[in-house]
Unconditional design. Sequence first.
Length: 383
Amino acid sequence: MNLFDVYPINNIAIVKARGSYVWDDKGEQYLDLYGGHAVISIGHTHPHWVQRIEEQLKKIAFYSNSIKIPLQQELATKLGQLSGKEDYQLFLCNSGAEANENALKLASFYNGRKKVVSFTKSFHGRTSLAVSVTDNKNYIAPVNETGNVIFLPFNDGQALEDCFAKNGKEISSVIIEGIQGVGGINVAEDSFLKKIRSLCDEYGAVYIADSVQCGYGRTGKFFSHDFAGVKADIYSMAKGMGNGFPVAGIIIAPHIKPRQFQLGTTFGGNHLACAAALAVLEVLESEKLLGNAVMVGKYLKEELKSIPELKNVRGRGLMIGFDVPEALKDLKKNLLLNQKIFTGEAKPNVIRLLPSLALKKRDAEDFIEAIKEEIAAMAVQEA
Ligand SMILES: Cc1ncc(COP(=O)(O)O)c(C=O)c1O
């Protein structure tokens, strides 16, 4: 049997990982500034995370949601404390798409409406409803097409106001990433998020903060929406939540009340997933990783801004993007092949940095040196 060939992959087999480093099957070491797509939050194979999972595995790995799983409440309590959303309610699932799927569905159950507002360049996942609010026609199969989604320009307050003035009573929810990831590290303006909050309040719509990529401390605040000083009605979370163990969830504001059987999942919230997620929160707290993300992120941004070839350096904390000119289109590839550094990208010309929140300043310095070296080498080739 062959694999279903849907991923354009690098020809590298990673067999070992630790902190911000990974090693391939030939023993070559790489600095990981991509974090397996923003997933590695506390560092690869963090000893506390490994220990928590190992200990849990020896006790019980899985049982369904038909019994009490005290670890779920432990996780909810810790998440409430660290995110400052202690009065919210936690529903656990398995992936970012599933989290958004449940968020959108719950919003519709809540207000009985069908329309969803989403934004240009958004990415919310591949499942049916999540993909229908994703701004990429290539991902939307005919069966996912729905007339219920309104796409508006990102950060355009006037367009949002006009849309609510016209359709306000039909709009169930507004879904927005605090910083667009796949779309190329586009930061939602604080004033725009405030406007979403006030229009949702005025018209009875639900504000869904997709925090799958930009959440869980990556920006230096627990949710990037916190920068705007607003509270969303539902936050979706995934990637960094398990540091590579598949676990995701939504947290739901207290005014949205649950009803039995309204949402559900077989695997979501299992014992092993909760142990992994608790380990992540414990390390985020004990190692003060949100502060580290701010400090190392600031250093990286300042240094990148001083490199004249790189344009429009942007982002928050350790979610950073910059534009690469056509002459340097091979920069990402060369960083990997020549400097052994993984970075992320966003089409057509953005390099994305999504490292572990435990990235050391020393590693950031090595990266800056490496990128300058590669740019210089490419300039020589050009000449
Ligand atoms: C903002 C955002 N939402 C949702 C998703 C989907 O998450 P998953 O791939 O875990 O389904 C992603 C994945 O990249 C994402 O970046």
